[in-house]
Ligand binder design. Structure first.
Ligand code: CA
Length: 521
């Protein structure tokens, strides 16, 4: 009897062994994934990109221990659409979320997170979401409604309720992310997206970081006083520090004696409000005394913008540092991919602007760093053209999951790991929104040297830039003698990309001609 039992036990063990080893082996290879997505964080403000404005030691750490992407771009430079592209690996015209004003994300469509979940991953999204509909495909989510608030943010919960959490949003979001990680099912690999509100307008820093850059006088960018000659879309925008940036809402200058009604401020608790007042009220009092006008006033606004923005970015970098330390302490560093990126770039006074949207470099290009121990060599510097569109297929490849055929991005793992691999030679961009900030819808193509843009709806015009000779994009060469051949080649490349990505709207617009340089008459 005992012998029979023994044989039975051995048989069972062998049977189990033959059932499970394959699965266990596959599981062991699947890396955990953490994507940290910030909002409107400019590469100009990150020391891994050579910024002289401030130091970001924690973002730099990801770059040092992994890769920095010098040429990472977005397909549509605005908040909601960028997140929809990240999730779906598809352009806006395919995933349906074209702009922040009219779009709602169709959550029933496929995403890389759903694919990971079907293949054994535990999934979560915490923080800024901004896709209007409820998240789908996540085991857990807790997201900010719409843009969310910097202080004492409300969160939408999975049970349909709304919950206010006391504290500063960047710290709170990191707390929630670590809390979820601690409670997760440790037998499964995980994919966690941490969505930060920082550094979105109105750049409201944590009280601890207020005044951090007051000793610095920031030089204005070379194009700060741009006059937008021969660039009609740049001329008609409404996003200048001079005219668009608001003294109260943006720069927190509330005249003494007047009641502050701005909800970003009135939602602070008494302790937060006392610190806010102690910092901003003397600045307001000093400004009133100075009676600045003209250039002096614009440059004062620029200094305040930089100081608030960079102080807000400081706590973002600190929270990224906390996440890296959490991974260190919990033995998760070696088997976790960490990607940090912004949803797009941002103007830090270039062309006199704040905000994003344009296909010009500062907003089109996004910061992106990635750590993937054992696969991506520490200190990798990538000059390949990559897009936020590529993140979904990259992560599916890393997890050993088949990439759905209708995903339009391409995994960037080959260009990181194989010196012979050839990446993209051109990028396709399409921006749709035609409302706030008056940026005309446009689409275009960028190669390593040139950029060709077609504006439509608000402005009908083409623009051409030679990025080698004119990195600030102030000399529109479209229609100029000597550029016919380059223009024809770029139009051909653009038409091919439109065909490849099946952008029917752009295709129709390509077929309609507009008089050369019509806009400048
Ligand atoms: Ca954004």
């Amino acid at each position: 009897m005992r012998r029979n039992l023994c044989v039975w036990v051995i048989g069972l063990a062998l049977g189990l062994a033959s059932c499970f080893p394959q699965k266990e082996k596959t599981k062991a290879k699947q890396p955990n994934i953490i994507i940290i997505v910030s909002d409107d964080h400019a590469f100009q403000a990150i020391s891994a990109y050579g910024s002289k404005l401030m130091q970001t030691p924690n973002i730099d750490r990801i770059a040092k221990e992994g890769a920095v992407f010098n040429k990472a771009y977005v397909t549509n430079s605005i908040c909601g659409p960028s997140r929809a592209v990240l999730l779906t690996g598809k352009y806006s015209h395919k995933n349906g979320f074209k702009d922040n004003e009219n779009s709602k994300f169709n959550g029933s469509q496929n995403t890389f997170v759903k694919e990971l979940r079907q293949n054994g991953y535990q999934t979560a999204w915490i923080g800024k979401w901004h896709l209007e509909t409820e998240p789908q495909g996540f085991d857990f989510w807790q997201v900010l409604p719409d843009q969310g608030s910097y202080y004492n943010p409300d969160f939408l919960m999975m049970d349909g309720s709304q919950k206010r959490v006391e504290g500063y949003v960047t710290t709170v979001t990191e707390d929630l992310a670590e809390n979820w990680l601690s409670k997760r099912d440790k037998d499964k690999p995980f994919c966690l997206v941490v969505g930060h509100k920082a550094t979105h307008r109105t750049w409201l820093p944590n009280t601890a970081d207020m005044g951090k850059f007051d000793h610095v006088n920031f030089p204005v960018p070379a194009t700060f006083y741009d006059t937008y000659q021969e660039r009609e879309a740049a001329r008609v925008q409404d996003m200048t520090i001079d005219k668009t940036m608001i003294m109260g809402y943006d720069l927190k200058m509330f005249p003494a004696g007047q009641e502050v009604t701005d909800v970003n401020i009135t939602r602070m608790n008494p302790a937060q409000r006392a610190k806010f007042n102690a910092y901003y009220q003397p600045i307001q009092a000093d400004l009133e005394k100075r009676k600045l006008t003209g250039k002096a006033l614009v440059e004062w606004k620029y200094q305040r913008y930089m100081r608030d923005y960079l102080s807000t970015a400081a706590s973002l970098d600190q929270s990224i540092g906390r996440m890296l330390q959490y991974l260190d302490k919990n033995q998760l560093k070696e088997n976790t991919i960490v990607i940090y990126l912004s949803d797009q770039g941002f103007f830090m006074g270039e062309h006199g602007w704040f905000d994003k949207r344009f296909m010009y470099e500062e907003s089109f290009r996004t910061p992106m760093v990635m750590r993937y121990p054992g696969v991506v060599k520490a200190g990798t510097v990538s000059d390949h053209l990559v897009m936020n569109l590529d993140i979904a297929p990259t992560l599916l490849k890393a997890a050993g999951v088949d990439v759905p055929k209708d995903m339009q991005g391409t995994s960037f793992l080959p260009v990181l790991t194989d010196q012979q691999a050839k990446g993209r030679d051109a990028l396709f961009y399409h921006y749709y929104e035609n409302g706030e900030h008056a940026v005309s819808p446009h689409f275009g193509v960028k190669t390593n040297r040139y950029k060709l843009i077609r504006f439509y709806k608000r402005v009908e015009a083409w623009e051409l830039y030679d990025l080698e000779k004119d990195p600030h994009e102030v000399k529109n060469l479209y229609g100029k003698p000597g550029y016919q051949q380059v223009t024809a080649q770029l139009k051909n490349q653009l038409a091919n990309l439109i065909e490849q990505y099946e952008d029917e709207d752009a295709k129709k617009l390509m077929a309609t001609s507009i008089p050369v340089r019509k806009a400048y008459n």
